[in-house]
Design a protein around this ligand. Structure first.
Ligand code: NAP
Length: 312
């Protein structure tokens, strides 16, 4: 079986005709480069006696995946030299209590960025929570003001996952101008924003974008036209080899926990792409894990740094 990280040209059972010199879009490596750069900039700020970026994260309840995501964010803060505050709230916290906490953080000058780890418990309005975070501290980029500014091409906090994808494409110098980008998924946190970003008149961008969703009837035909495919639907191994044209760039956003008795944890992480069979067709592809996931955290760190620097 082919291993992730292996150059496909040397190691797979696909017929020679189908081979492409595939390269991995290594999110682990690129996110480390982004974090190293931020560390240097943060050290410089300290030397200049300037404020150090401070991220406040709210974690509600004890959802395993949320615990893991928040722990990685806090760890990244400490690696870079950012301050971080983790606020844990019980699963039965009321909306009012959460809003009160957010207002405290909004008013705290020392806090530059606020994130509330989603999903929220039932009974708490996600929209209300998102809209309560001050746009100047909205490092997740979900506030309607941030989204509106992003759509209009004004300076804004870009949502972390799509921003991370752009950083990855940029790092590898992937040509996007004039390409047909097919985005599968239209959520507010991934599909819709990445479709807007790839359509912008700048690099990475200038794509012609098609956004697909659960009511798209001819998905396979559309995907086959994609020079760049962003799979963000949350359906493990949905994108198959017969949906991808040779030489395509494939970005797999999906993260789904699938039961797996062979793992100590009892689950495996699956992306939205049938990696083993799709990779041999691609010019570039992200692995899962180690692709978009680490880039999301790097992008969040970039946003937190910018939020802090804006106060200078
Ligand atoms: P979501 O809110 O559930 O949205 C999924 C989207 O996919 C929806 O627009 C849905 O269409 C569409 N979809 C579902 N089934 C489909 C199908 N069979 N064909 C075509 N479209 C379909 O999910 P999300 O929050 O965007 O997340 C998507 C995946 O990315 C998840 O696995 C999530 O865990 C992962 N994720 C990863 C990161 C990261 O850092 N790597 C960050 C965020 C999310 P409708 O709109 O018609 O329902």
């Amino acid at each position: 079986m082919m291993r992730k990280g292996e150059n496909i040209i040397f190691g797979c059972h696909f017929p020679r005709l189908y081979l492409c010199p595939m390269k991995l879009l290594d999110g682990k490596l690129v996110s480390q480069a982004v974090k190293d750069r931020l560390k240097t900039q943060t050290d410089e700020r300290m030397l200049q006696g300037k404020k150090v970026p401070h991220l406040a994260a709210i974690l509600i309840g004890n959802n395993g995946a949320s615990e893991t995501y928040v722990a990685s964010k806090v760890k990244s803060c400490s690696e870079i030299g950012f301050k971080s505050t983790l606020i844990r709230l019980d699963a039965d916290v009321t909306e009012q209590e959460l809003l009160f906490k957010l207002n405290e953080l909004n008013e705290d000058f020392d806090v530059d960025g606020i994130l509330v780890q989603l999903p929220l418990p039932k009974g708490i309005s996600e929209q209300k929570i998102i809209e309560t975070i001050l746009p100047s501290k909205d490092v997740d980029g979900f506030h309607p003001e941030s989204v509106g500014r992003m759509v209009q091409g004004l300076p804004a906090f870009y949502p972390a996952t799509p921003y991370g994808i752009l950083l990855l494409l940029e790092h590898y110098g992937i040509e996007t101008k004039g390409k047909h980008a097919v985005v599968i998924g239209r959520s507010n946190i991934v599909g819709r924003p990445i479709s807007i970003m790839l359509n912008k008149n700048e690099y990475p961008g200038n794509c012609t974008v098609t956004v697909c969703h659960s009511h798209t009837p001819n998905l396979k035909e559309i995907c086959l036209q994609g020079d760049i495919i962003i799979a963000a639907l949350g359906r493990p191994e949905f994108l198959k080899a017969d949906m991808v044209k040779h030489g395509a760039v494939v970005v797999d956003v999906g993260i789904t926990r699938v039961a797996d008795d062979s793992k100590k944890s009892g689950f495996a992480i699956k992306g939205d792409v049938d990696f083993e069979n799709v990779a041999p067709l691609c010019s570039y592809i992200t692995p899962v894990p180690g692709g978009v996931g680490p880039m999301t955290i790097a992008a969040l760190m970039m946003n937190t740094f910018k939020a802090c620097a804006a106060k200078d």
